[in-house]
Design a protein around this ligand. Structure first.
Ligand code: ADP
Length: 659
């Protein structure tokens, strides 16, 4: 016991050490795998960004000739891509893109009054009174050009509301044809004018003119030096492009061109907006000299994180700056890291972002931080690895020990059980073999005895030595007796072996035991009466049992015949069959020689016969009670024996009753 305790103590110590060692290795593996996965996924993002940027580099500069918009692949995790060549922006440089479509909208010639307006506008900033004489300027000669322009717009709206589209257009053209006049308006007002103009053309079903007008506004927009109001510009073009794409008579090639134009223009506009809001960061990123060896450099400011991609990822004069979509980028990488973390769920670790909030793993309450690694990821993530809780190590080692001992115990129990059953099996086999050998020798011995007598008498008669008739009669009588003894014996053996083969040979049926016992009694009654015995019987009706008729007949026969055999005249034999609770009872009671208690155990054995005078003088095989025992066993019945030498015997068999 002491040795065992010592051993298990040593074992636990060993286990603790092994677990600690194992844990150190696991921690190192986890860190390595996380770093590798991060690097791999980032590498993928860089490669995808590079592919997208090369696609953009290859596109013609003209917006309309821009390739199929569907071919451009957005990169999951990247919001915008900016291309530089030799230090200057080439995409999205919408202002530098030459718009090849040059057909201007200027078919209507200005009226005289309008011409005067243009003329005077060039001379001074005030609009001539003549221009608005009738409608509105009569009372306000001192209006500023801006106010005058707003007034014209008012007139446009009045005409538009009264569905006088021609008049609306005429007035709009006045406002639009002179850039200087437009300058008086806010740019969102310019877009309102554009939208009104476009809308009127659509209302008048002048689709071709509407398309041309939209393109001319785009052309104008591209030539502007500054882009002041992106939202209203975006709104105008989005509305116009959507309307144009819904024109039924738009040709397929034009539809495609407008579709591409819309995607490309929207993208460029979106990118330009980002550029405009972060000009300083872009300049810093572009001109930063400490670019990494791999050609990637991260830079962030506030919520914006950019990375610069340059040589050797790109060719020498190209630089790409990508703006990260932080959520998508993080999720993309986290997805990969989560898979790894799941596999190492017993190693405590955490990953937190730049704002120090936890994004993966968990921070244990008590464990010490073992190492902290800055992940080279945006936006500066930090990986912390923690010491494994000592309690947890102990718990784990106890758990492992428990498992080990359980396994050991289980194996031991299995081996013990196995051995026990094997032993039992061998003993049974051995017993069976011995019984068989015993049975065979007994059978051959029993068969030999009557055969020897038969042979002897037959030989004597054959040699002609027996001359007297009485002797011949006596000998042939003896031969006959021995032959019938042999017959009985063989019958008993056959009966017995039938029992030996067990229930398989039986025909199970519900039967009335009284009927069976009565049949036996009727068959043997005469022998008993002849011997001078008197019988008392009691057969209850309906004593049902489940059983094999032949086997039960044999049981009753052996018990009743024994009672007759081992009772001297004058004697009484009582045979009873009756129901008792859930049992069917069969009793044979005699006033015969009885059986000494020392013999009562043996008489049920095969070929066993009590060695007294009475037995020797009666014929028997010693198989009768063995058959009774077998039948009772196979029928799940019990046998009880009460016997006293000189007084008599009571054999009672109790069966399970069936209704
Ligand atoms: P046997 O063929 O010798 O009758 P059994 O197996 O029927 O063989 O009986 C075994 C022995 O039990 C008998 O030899 C006999 O000595 C004893 N025995 C059986 N039945 C009785 C009985 N009713 N009264 C006294 N002895 C009995």
């Amino acid at each position: 016991m002491a040795i065992l305790s010592y051993l298990s103590f040593r074992n636990i110590q060993n286990e603790n050490y092994l677990i600690q060692k194992n844990f150190d290795e696991n921690r190192a593996s986890l860190q390595k795998e996380l770093e590798e996965a991060l690097e791999k996924e980032q590498g993928k993002i860089f490669q995808e960004t590079k592919a997208a940027s090369l696609f953009l580099y290859e596109q013609p500069k003209s917006l309309l000739e821009f390739g199929n918009a569907a071919n451009f692949k957005d990169v999951n995790g990247i919001e915008a891509i900016f291309l530089y060549n030799n230090g200057s922006l080439v995409y999205p440089d919408i202002s530098s893109k030459l718009f090849s479509y040059t057909e201007h909208f200027s078919s209507t010639k200005p009226t005289l009054a309008e011409a005067t307006l243009y003329q005077s506008e060039q001379d001074n900033d005030r609009l001539p009174e003549a221009m608005f004489s009738r409608e509105m300027l009569a009372h306000s000669p001192l209006l500023s050009p801006k106010e005058q322009a707003l007034n014209v717009l008012g007139l446009v709206r009045i005409a538009y509301k009264s569905k006088d589209y021609n008049e609306s257009l005429r007035l709009l053209k006045i406002l639009e044809s002179k850039p200087k006049l437009q300058g008086y308006l806010h740019s969102d007002l310019t877009r309102s004018i554009n939208l009104l103009h476009f809308d009127i053309l659509v209302k008048m079903k002048k689709h071709q003119e509407a398309e041309d007008y939209c393109l001319s506004v785009l052309n104008q927009f591209l030539q502007e030096q500054t882009i002041e109001d992106i939202p209203s510009t975006r709104f105008f073009f989005e509305t116009a492009f959507t309307q144009i794409l819904s024109f039924e008579n738009l040709k397929q090639d034009k539809r495609e061109a407008f579709w591409n134009l819309r995607s490309n223009f929207n993208r460029q506009l979106g990118y330009t907006e980002i550029l405009m809001h972060n000009q300083e960061l872009f300049q810093n990123t572009l001109h930063s000299d400490n670019s990494s060896k791999a050609g990637i450099l991260f830079k962030s400011e506030g919520n914006v994180t950019l990375f610069r991609m340059s040589y050797p990822l790109l060719s020498g004069n190209q630089i790409v700056i990508a703006k990260i979509d932080e959520d998508a980028y993080s999720n993309r990488i986290l997805d990969k890291l989560k898979n790894i973390a799941q596999r190492w769920n017993n190693v405590p670790f955490s990953i937190s972002d730049a704002k120090d909030s936890l994004i993966l793993g968990s921070i244990p309450d008590s464990a010490n931080v073992i190492s902290q690694v800055a992940f080279n990821a945006i936006p500066s993530w930090q990986l912390s690895l923690y010491e494994k809780d000592v309690g947890e190590i102990r718990k784990e080692s106890r758990h492992r020990m428990f498992l080990m001992y359980s396994l050991l115990f289980f194996s031991l129990v299995t081996v013990l059980f196995g051995s026990f059953f094997m032993l039992r099996f061998f003993i049974q086999e051995h017993k069976l073999l011995a019984m068989k050998a015993n049975f065979l020798s007994s059978v051959s011995h029993e068969l030999k005895t009557p055969l020897t007598s038969i042979k002897m008498f037959a030989e004597m008669m054959a040699r002609g030595r027996v001359m007297k008739v009485e002797k011949v009669q006596e000998y042939s009588g003896l031969i006959n007796k021995e032959a019938s003894r042999l017959e009985n014996l063989i019958g008993a053996i056959l009966n017995y072996t039938r029992m030996e083969h067990g229930t398989g040979a039986f025909k199970w049926e519900k039967l009335d035991f009284s009927v069976c016992a009565k049949k036996v009694f009727e068959a043997v009654e005469d022998i008993g009466v002849e011997k001078g015995l008197s019988f008392k019987t009691h057969f209850d009706p309906n004593v049902y049992v489940m059983g094999d008729y032949t086997a039960l007949y044999s049981l009753a026969q052996n018990l009743i015949e024994n009672a007759i055999k081992y009772t001297n005249a004058p004697g009484d034999i009582e045979i009873k069959v009756y129901n008792e609770d859930d049992r069917a009872v069969f009793s044979v009671i005699d006033t015969g020689v009885g059986i000494p208690s020392s013999e009562q155990k043996n008489i049920f054995n095969d070929f066993y016969r009590v060695g007294d005078e009475m037995t020797r003088s009666t014929k028997g095989s010693g198989l009768g009670l063995a058959i009774v025992k077998r039948v009772a066993e196979t029928h799940k019945a019990t046998i009880s024996l009460v016997s006293k030498p000189g007084k008599g015997s009571n054999f009672t068999v109790r069966f399970r009753k069936v209704d």
